[in-house]
Design a protein around this ligand. Sequence first.
Ligand code: FAD
Ligand code: NAI
Length: 475
Amino acid sequence: MSKQFDVIVIGGGPGGYVAAIRAAQLGFNTACIDAWKNGKGGPAPGGTCTNVGCIPSKALLQSSEHYEMARHHLADHGVEVKGVDLDLAKMIGRKDAVVKQNNDGILYLFKKNKVSFFHGRGAFARAVDGGYEIQVDGDKPETLVGKHVIVATGSNARALPGVPFDEDKVLSNDGALRIPAVPKKLGVIGAGVIGLEMGSVWRRLGAEVTILEGLPTFLGAADEQIAKEARKSFDKLGLNIQLGVQVGEVQVGKKQVSIAYTDAQGAAKTLEVDRLIVSIGRVPNTTGLNVEAVGLQLDERGFIAVDGECRTNLPNVWAVGDVVRGPMLAHKSEEEGVAVAERIAGQHGHVNFDTIPWVIYTTPEIAWVGRTEQQLKQQGVAYRAGTFPFLANGRARALGDTTGMVKFLADAATDEILGVHIVGPMASELISEAVVAMEFKASSEDIARICHAHPTLSEAVKEAALAVDKRTLNF
Ligand code: FAD
Ligand code: NAI
């Protein structure tokens, strides 16, 4: 006997679990199916983000930052700490505990919102009268029928051709978050978000880290001025980042991994490391979903093909998050999940792709929203720029972290904010003001005229807005 639902969500990552909660809030009888298993084989909803992504990486970034502070920076504050030791097992155990709190939190939220949770892999079986039949292949196989189906099956790490992840020597984001002992030499392929975040973690913990990046420019998606500033800090941390390389043969031995590559000058080189993180992007995950059974269309890159509102080629089948086009970010997935639930309810769910913030949680943090200076130039948009360094911010001096700046880009004619870019302390939190401002189509003058508490890092945001009109007060 099949169980009937108004909405079935396949995948319990940030896209899926949030879609399920919103659908239930809107009065739909909702199921969420998620396959992720914890170490004991039990359910661990939350997807990549909770289990091997956003949450555990931020836990390790925080812990390793404390270690770095204790070893190198607390003395600047007059705090003398002697004999700082690393208990890596405890650090990783704490990270695992943080993950579990989040898994349990989602199971609690499902109960609270009356979402029926099924632990197992969901697959399309066939289209039936009034919906779709979904098989759940878990410890307890189930057959569900849903009037609407939301696919939120996420993404997996992309491997180098011919070099599969073994999570021992060749690590994806999963293995990179649980290396049992700090490697003496760690290699990273790809100086993107994961490469920089995980490279920072293991560098702070003592590994010699070399990052090999294929592109000739550093952090090409970020504003050039901001990327340049960030690069200086990464060099200071001791991250050896090599740009414009071409990675060749990778040999995985018992003790070492050997990576042959050509450097930017064309010279043939070899990098020998104890472990290698491969962070060269992610691929959409539709494995086992059995899309053929119902004729669900994928695009040429393997993503589920959707329109601007997450509709697939099939009536009442939707897809959100990493498994569809657009940035692979947890908050983008969540927004799409909410919007789809609202569209199913006949409401006008909306995601503004122009104001999705990006954050890289390194030290310094890097965050931005909107367009970069190089994009505005390419597009021929007339703009005015204003920057303000944290060096001139009282709170940053008190914190002892004056790295970086805030940069505003505003339309030359209307003063509307077109982009805000931050490199420096708490950039991840500061960027929210810029997102709100851009959602409300604010001008840089609007921000410049708003009272910001003193002393706060947010005053640097106000001053950068003032800088657009060349009238900073403190610089
Ligand atoms: P996922 O989180 O991948 O969830 C998909 C879920 O579906 C999984 O639980 C999977 O097991 C399940 N599933 C798949 N197929 C089936 C099936 N057939 N049946 C049942 N279940 C299925 N983003 C940020 O915004 N901020 C960050 O700081 C950040 N840090 C990251 C750090 C790392 C190391 C990584 C790898 C990613 C990070 N991301 C971050 C990206 C973020 O994790 C993803 O964008 C986000 O998890 C995508 O959410 P999703 O719901 O689309 O998919
Ligand atoms: P990425 O797309 O951020 O970076 C991959 C890098 O690898 C790029 O710079 C690319 O040029 C390079 N590259 C690709 N192939 C290569 C090759 N063969 N040799 C050398 N370099 C190569 O991807 P990453 O770091 O794997 O992360 C995946 C995604 O996960 C991110 O794009 C982001 O969407 C998400 N993420 C978000 C985080 C955040 O929001 N803070 C943190 C971590 C991941």
